[in-house]
Design a protein around this ligand. Structure first.
Ligand SMILES: N=C(N)NC/C=C/[C@H]1O[C@@H](n2cnc3c(N)ncnc32)[C@H](O)[C@@H]1O
Length: 418
């Protein structure tokens, strides 16, 4: 069999070893299994490289590879698949805490949960997992009368948290503990495990794993999880401004034709999600639907490896289908039977939050019409190497009955790594 002769590059390709399996999901990608040796010809972007395996070439996810011959110890980052130094380092400074505290929708929701359950919180033992500056713990101490709040924080912020607790007269009720919640020793089980763990697309950062491990270890039988449940919502949408900014731009900049760069632009800008997206409700092409739901009492850490959801959208108005937008909601059940559930919704019809929404762009936009059906599935696959990352795959078909014909467009699976 004639294998494709790869022209020798001026700088010889580097040999990398695969750290785990990867299954291609498009003709332009290359599958491999753990231990495969790949020749990397071009590091076309930070996330995707152009590589060769046994004479076949294609795009491969850079984070799955390690330079061949580099021992485990050489590449210290591999010893830290949770990237904890970087992660907890980032929470040791004020920037992220200021962002979260400035998010009124988020912070007021947690305060409302405490206020509306203040009577039932009396004499209860609470754990605030990942307390940061301790805001939720101090809400508990100020607005209710729990017997104890264990405010657990792994980053160096914790020394300031102790100071804030004292400064606000909460040291009788709030005990600040430094360490990873799933590792440290608590003197007792807790009645309520409260945490603000949600990341982009709900799960990014995968702090939720720590919440589940702490639940299994420290939440007493019949104890309450806050949030009690979580859902990832999805909607097909227009994103004309973003499309114009990143793709249409190349059509006629300064009177020149730059369209040969559009495949590069597609690879560089549209193969990973746009986390900072603020979708206009007008850009939703249909009603959203919850594609993944987590019951915080029953979901297991192993379930986080791969989560799947089906969707079926009925297009409600004609428009250009540029992509899908995702966001999340979390629910806080009442401590009283039949009490009202409080919800934090980070979607386009609620008050904006620091999470904003996440936009996944299609390879190419498609005109859709009222009544079209966009149906398919979403798969969130946790990165086997980098444990705070995941890949999102979207596979969909469109059934359109315009022009009196039944067009059934099956589109490529779309890979997003975030
Ligand atoms: N909502 C988002 N995105 N981030 C939540 C905020 C994360 C906070 O929780 C802390 N944290 C995260 N994981 C743990 C853990 N396993 N044990 C103790 N503290 C932890 C971080 O240092 C931040 O201060």
């Amino acid at each position: 069999m004639q294998t494709e002769k790869v022209e020798e590059e001026e700088d010889a390709p580097e040999e990398y070893v695969a750290l785990c399996d990867f299954t291609a999901s498009g003709s332009e990608q290359l599958s491999f299994i753990t231990g495969d040796k790949l020749l990397v010809h071009n590091k076309s972007s930070a996330d995707w490289w152009w590589a060769e395996l046994q004479g076949v070439i294609g795009y491969v996810p850079a984070s799955y590879l390690r330079l061949d011959g580099a021992e485990e110890g050489d590449d210290t980052s591999l010893e830290d698949p949770w990237q904890d130094d970087e992660y907890f380092g980032s929470y040791g400074t004020l920037r992220l805490h200021l962002e979260m505290l400035s998010d009124r929708s988020r912070t007021e929701t947690y305060r409302q949960v405490i206020v509306s359950n203040s009577a039932s919180l009396r004499d209860k033992v609470v754990m605030d997992l990942g307390c940061g500056t301790g805001i939720i713990s101090m809400f508990c101490a100020q607005l209710a009368k729990p017997s104890m709040v264990y405010a657990v924080e792994a980053s160096s912020m914790v020394e300031h948290t102790r100071q804030l607790v004292k400064q606000n007269g909460c040291e009788e009720v709030v005990t600040v503990l430094q360490g990873r919640a799933e590792e440290l020793e608590l003197p007792e089980q807790v009645d309520i495990l409260v945490s603000e763990w949600m990341g982009n697309c709900l799960l990014f950062e995968f702090m939720v794993e720590s919440v589940l491990l702490a639940r299994d270890r420290w939440l007493r039988d019949g104890g309450v999880m806050w949030p009690s449940s979580a859902a990832l919502a999805l909607v097909p949408c227009q994103a004309d401004n973003y499309y114009t900014e990143k793709m249409a731009f190349w059509e006629r900049p300064y009177g020149l034709d730059f369209t040969p760069l559009q495949p590069l632009a597609q690879q560089e800008f549209f193969t990973k999600p746009k986390f900072s997206h603020l979708i206009d409700p007008e850009d939703c092409l249909s009603a959203p639907c919850d594609v993944i739901c987590l019951n915080m009492y029953t979901v297991q850490v192993r379930d986080l490896e791969e989560m799947k959801g089906e969707f079926q959208f009925c297009v409600e108005k004609p428009g250009i289908f540029h992509g899908f937008t995702a966001w999340f909601t979390v629910q806080f059940e009442s401590l009283e039977m039949g009490g009202a559930t409080v919800e934090l919704n980070t979607g386009p019809n609620s008050d904006p939050t620091h999470w904003k929404q996440t936009l996944f762009m299609l390879d190419r936009p498609i005109q859709v019409y009222t009544g079209d059906s966009i149906h398919g599935n979403i798969v969130l696959r946790r990165n086997p190497v980098w444990r705070r990352h995941m890949t999102v795959m979207l596979h969909w078909n469109i059934n359109s009955n315009t022009d009196d014909c039944q067009a059934n467009i099956s589109l490529n699976i779309h890979i997003h790594k975030c």
